[in-house]
Design a protein around this ligand. Structure first.
Ligand code: SAM
Length: 295
């Protein structure tokens, strides 16, 4: 195989321009990540670094660029995404974690300052496991259970837990919160032990709005991870009535919500024995996290 030595920037420059021309704001970073992937490297590349690259690696790079030009997000091409302090592997049934959801982690850390306390955590609708695993990483004496309707996404949580050295404190549970008695099943699986912390970023986009989302979202994030039903509130309507049965009396529930959903979600929670303790805005000033406790 013949290799050539080349400066990263001279290799990626034409591709950066193509991506910029279709409006990709992160064109340079995207190209460097895709080049790293083509070279099977984990570390990021610098623009003015010299690399040794074979013809087949160059061909691979160009085919990945073509996928990006077709609208596939980089995280989906390289199947990984950084979230909070770690990197998470993704598959086609996991949501691509959003930095808005880091607000959930930030909020829990503010509420539970002692990192050495032992918390029993539930990540409801776990996707890649980015929320619960980030918490396990922050709280080394704690344990988490991960619930998802998708077996394939639970496989990814397992893989991420293993990669991050967190599998001994993780439990994976395949449940559908739309099925009656899901809370009772869970209580049996957990041998009657209730949770200190319940964290959830459920699907909350109204069905009709999904087709108006960016191509990168509507074509590549799983529908089941986005779809909140007609008014976006289906998941809250299934989850909230049962939380009182599975949370400890002093426990706290941290829910991510979509823009403008706070009044509706607070109304549902209040109907089912919970009261709002606090709320937290994300970096754009949108109310993103609601904290509930038993009344
Ligand atoms: C918005 S995603 C959140 C994923 C991850 N927690 C995150 O923040 O990146 C919602 C998750 O809920 C899961 N889900 C959707 N409907 C469900 C149901 N009826 N029962 C259990 N899990 C469900 C989806 O598979 C998806 O993983």
């Amino acid at each position: 195989m013949t290799y050539k030595n080349i400066d990263v920037y001279s290799l990626i420059k034409p591709e950066v321009l193509k991506l910029r021309n279709i409006g990709v704001e992160t064109a340079n970073l995207d190209c460097r990540l895709l080049l790293s992937k083509s070279l099977r490297r984990r570390e990021s590349l610098y623009n003015h670094q010299n690399i040794s690259i074979s013809e087949s690696e160059i061909a691979k790079f160009h085919s990945l660029i073509q996928e990006r030009l077709n609208g596939k997000p980089v995280s989906r091409i390289i199947n990984r995404r950084n979230f909070w302090k770690k990197e998470f592997a993704l598959n086609d049934e996991t949501l691509d974690p959003r930095c808005d959801s880091e607000t959930l982690i930030e909020t829990i850390i503010e509420q539970y300052k002692d990192k050495l306390q032992s918390l029993k955590i539930l990540d409801l609708g776990s996707g890649s496991g980015c929320l619960g695993l980030s918490l396990l990483d922050e709280y080394p004496q704690s344990e988490a259970s991960f619930i998802d309707i998708s077996l394939k996404s639970l496989e990814m949580v397992k893989k991420n837990a293993l990669n991050l050295g967190l599998s001994e404190r993780s439990k994976y549970i395949n449940l559908n919160w739309k099925v009656d008695g899901w809370d009772e099943k869970l209580i049996t699986i957990e041998k009657n032990i209730k949770y200190d912390v319940i964290i959830s970023n459920p699907p909350y986009i109204p069905t009709d709005e999904i087709k108006t989302l960016k191509k990168e979202v509507k074509n590549f994030d799983p529908f089941v991870a986005l779809n909140g039903g007609k008014d976006g509130l289906d998941a809250y309507n299934s989850i909230l009535p049962k939380l009182i049965n599975i949370i400890k009396s002093s426990g706290k529930i941290f829910l991510e919500i979509g823009k403008g959903q706070e009044n509706c979600v607070i109304k549902i929670a209040t109907e089912y024995g919970l009261s709002l303790k606090e709320y937290k805005k994300d970096l754009s000033g949108v109310t993103r996290v609601l904290i509930f406790m038993i009344k």
